[in-house]
Design a protein around this ligand. Structure first.
Ligand SMILES: C[S@@+](CC[C@H](N)C(=O)[O-])C[C@H]1O[C@@H](n2cnc3c(N)ncnc32)[C@H](O)[C@@H]1O
Length: 351
């Protein structure tokens, strides 16, 4: 970005990018924006950023161009079995509850991983499902993973990873769910790969929930480490759309650093060991079994409340959370290697 680019232009660019991608480039992030535009200009056929910026601000940019721009502005940081506490809640409490409830009736589960980056999170969910539930083939599973970045999605579809993607992953995952190719990279096994579908979706668009993009009647939405990059206004809109996308009693899982009483004011907060998950309002009958979480008040909450946003932080403190016995650990340390058909790390079953 040339020096002469004015504060006015930066502001206009930030507004445009926030509107079309949700990404927040407020003043403290202008240097990041500058670097992103430098990288993106070539894809748009420009040699200098000045002309590129003029083009961005002078005419409507297409959805394809938004994706192209986003691929230079988004952070794709991810790895398998990231943030284990919420995965453990999913594995040990949320999924067993859904399975128990539906095993004699409608045997289907719909999961949406929104902002899946290069796929590691989506494969983690598929692996958890496959390992935990031996008769999963008798269920209709829909695991849809989406992202705005087409390059990330291509990598996700290929499912080929370096050791870095396994940096905090139990050893059995690589051993059992991946093969190693000639370059020494891990390739996801087809039976795991086939459990998933990957597609382009921009969370800042207003085209969801809709059956057209498989975002209706979802049981579980994982959208971790995505909203933290969004402007508050977009995050609020996205949270509302997620609420509508979920079935009654459905779950929203965000990163534990993204918890917010304001953004997720419509949801019930449910506390698990080390993790708080959000749940769509339940019918009266099921409500009796829910443990409400302690209110969270963060600096951002105070700031948002001062701006007039409503908070649900008056929820009562929870009674002690009960954890069922015999739950499966997916912690990395201490590393446990699978030792056969009774190995507890895969729920007593080898794939
Ligand atoms: C830090 S990664 C998080 C990946 C994964 N969810 C995790 O927690 O490991 C953030 C992802 O959000 C995606 N993203 C950013 N803006 C988006 C938007 N408007 N719509 C969909 N995905 C978006 C980025 O492309 C990136 O892949």
């Amino acid at each position: 970005m040339p020096k002469q680019l004015s504060e006015f232009v930066y502001k206009k660019l930030s507004e445009l990018i926030s509107l079309r991608t949700g990404l927040n480039f407020s003043e403290t992030k202008w240097q990041d924006l500058k670097r992103g535009l430098e990288r993106a200009k070539g894809d748009f056929g420009f040699q200098d950023v000045d002309t590129f910026v003029k083009r961005l601000l002078s005419a409507q940019i297409s959805n394809q161009e938004v994706e192209m721009l986003a691929s230079h502005l988004t952070i794709g940081e991810t790895y398998l079995f990231r943030e284990k506490s919420s995965l453990e809640a999913l594995q040990n409490r949320v999924l067993p509850e859904i399975i128990q409830e539906r095993k004699n009736g409608r045997r289907c589960i719909k999961i949406w991983i929104a902002g899946c980056s290069t796929g590691e999170e989506a494969y983690t969910i598929a692996i958890i499902l496959k390992k935990l539930f031996p008769d999963i083939q008798n269920w209709k599973l829909t695991i849809s993973a989406t992202d705005i970045n087409p390059e990330s999605l291509n990598k996700a579809k290929a499912g080929i990873y370096s050791q870095w993607s396994f940096r905090d992953t139990p050893v059995w995952v690589k051993e059992q769910c991946f093969t190693v190719n000639q370059e020494g990279r891990a390739v996801v096994r087809p039976e795991i790969r086939d459990m998933l579908s990957f597609s382009l979706h921009n969370l800042a668009d207003d085209n969801y929930p809709s059956p057209d993009n498989n975002t209706e009647d979802v049981d579980i939405i994982l959208c971790r480490n995505v909203l933290m990059y969004f402007s508050t206004e977009t995050s609020i809109k996205v949270a509302k759309r997620f609420y509508r996308a979920l079935v009654n009693g459905g779950w929203l899982i965000v990163s534990q650093t993204e918890l917010s009483n304001i953004l997720f004011a419509e949801f019930e907060r449910v506390e698990f060991p080390g993790a708080i998950l959000y749940r769509k309002t339940l019918s009266k009958k099921t409500q009796q079994n829910v443990v409400p979480a302690r209110p969270i008040v963060r600096k951002t909450e105070t700031r948002l409340a001062a701006q007039g946003y409503k908070t649900n932080s008056l929820a009562p403190p929870p009674p002690p959370t009960r954890i069922p016995r015999g739950t499966v650990s997916i912690r990395t340390r201490p590393v446990r290697r699978c030792s056969g058909t009774t190995c507890p790390c895969v729920g007593g079953r080898q794939g």
